[in-house]
Design a protein around this ligand. Structure first.
Ligand code: APR
Length: 313
């Protein structure tokens, strides 16, 4: 079987960690792409990583480039191109900076690797994935945003620590937009099937939900830039589900055409990822409260999408 080709658009903090995980998991050869001014940086990172394969024994090739032609035939693109947050900034504050970048990436991806399964990570996530999909004209099944897997990972960790439980046993899901009004779904959250609401008092759950919603900002405030280990691991889980046809049920930003009552919007919902990309959107039962929170979150996403739509280009 031919080796898969994975293009990482953006060779920064997340891009580097993505490459590291791909080398470790041997999911396919990696092309680490960045703008011309950072081509040497991308090449250097690629070379450093490739040299590590002498120790790990990984048969993965890693190359750095600023030439889109090197992405031709990519099976997967993971897009982190853009500016990360600084302390005090919201993800939505990045929209005008990252919009021209995602448009540039979309135009090139359409030209050079139109069949790739594209996983968008750049923020503000839901608006950027919408714009990438609109601009490329790719089928919605082949364009997905990474947010829910990360937000759920944060939610799961906080629950596990509060319960003094193994992280392996937590089943938790965060839906909605990748912003401060995202929706951690307590009604479906369990520790190996035992409802979490039976194990923790409401005030603890409320503070965990709140910490989850601000989970990205907490790290930005600590580091001065945004997170990269957990974001990279989250995008890799999605890429792996596609490449290995795992049919995993993951919360991802997917194109909604009436599901959950929303139309023409990308937002976090439970999806099945397999070799067809986003193969299915699952409609799960939510409480009235959760439905209200999802609507509020969708309204926030729509506002940023409206800003994007108002920008010619
Ligand atoms: N094409 C390709 N790469 C680009 C482009 C472009 N048009 N414009 C910028 N980049 C590159 C930058 O040169 C930089 O190397 O994207 C990289 C981003 O890396 P970092 O600044 O380290 O940011 P990172 O932490 O990886 O986050 C990237 O993901 O989670 C989001 O909010 C975060 O939007 C941000 C993105």
């Amino acid at each position: 079987m031919a080796k898969k080709k994975i293009g990482l658009i953006g060779a920064g903090n997340i891009g580097g960690e993505l490459a590291n995980l791909l080398v470790a998991k041997q999911l396919g050869d990696v092309v680490l792409f960045d703008i011309a001014a950072k081509e040497n940086f991308a090449k250097g990172k690629a070379l450093d990583l490739e040299q590590s394969t002498a120790l790990s024994g990984s048969d993965i090739r890693v190359t750095g480039t600023s030439n889109w032609e090197d992405l031709a035939g990519a099976d997967v693109l993971i897009i982190t191109a853009g500016i990360p947050r600084k302390p005090g900034q919201s993800r939505d504050d990045l929209v005008m900076m990252n919009l021209p970048i995602i448009r540039d990436v979309a135009d090139n991806a359409k030209k050079h690797c139109p069949n790739a399964f594209a996983i968008i990570v750049s923020n503000p996530l839901d608006a950027m994935v919408y714009e990438y999909w609109r601009r490329t004209g790719a089928p919605a099944a082949k364009v997905v945003g990474m947010a829910g897997v990360l937000d759920s990972a944060r939610f799961s960790l906080f629950l596990a620590r509060e319960l003094n439980a193994s992280i392996k046993d937590i089943r938790a899901m965060v839906l909605g937009g990748h912003g401060d009004d995202m929706v951690p779904v307590l009604s479906n959250c369990t520790i190996t099937g035992v409802p979490i609401q039976k194990l923790l008092p409401q005030d603890k759950l409320t503070s965990i939900v709140d910490r989850t919603r601000k989970g990205g900002g907490e790290i930005v405030n600590l580091m001065g830039t945004s997170a990269f280990y957990a974001p990279a691991a989250s995008a890799i889980a999605m890429a792996e589900a596609f490449l290995l046809d795992q049919k995993r049920l993951l919360p991802c930003a997917a194109y909604l055409n009436g599901e959950y009552g929303f139309k023409d919007l990308y937002m976090g919902v439970p999806v099945v990822i397999g070799q067809g990309g986003v193969e299915k959107i699952l409609t799960i039962e939510l409480t009235t409260d959760e439905k209200g929170m999802l609507k509020k979150s969708a309204d926030s996403v729509q506002k940023v999408v409206d800003i994007v739509k108002a920008q010619a280009g």
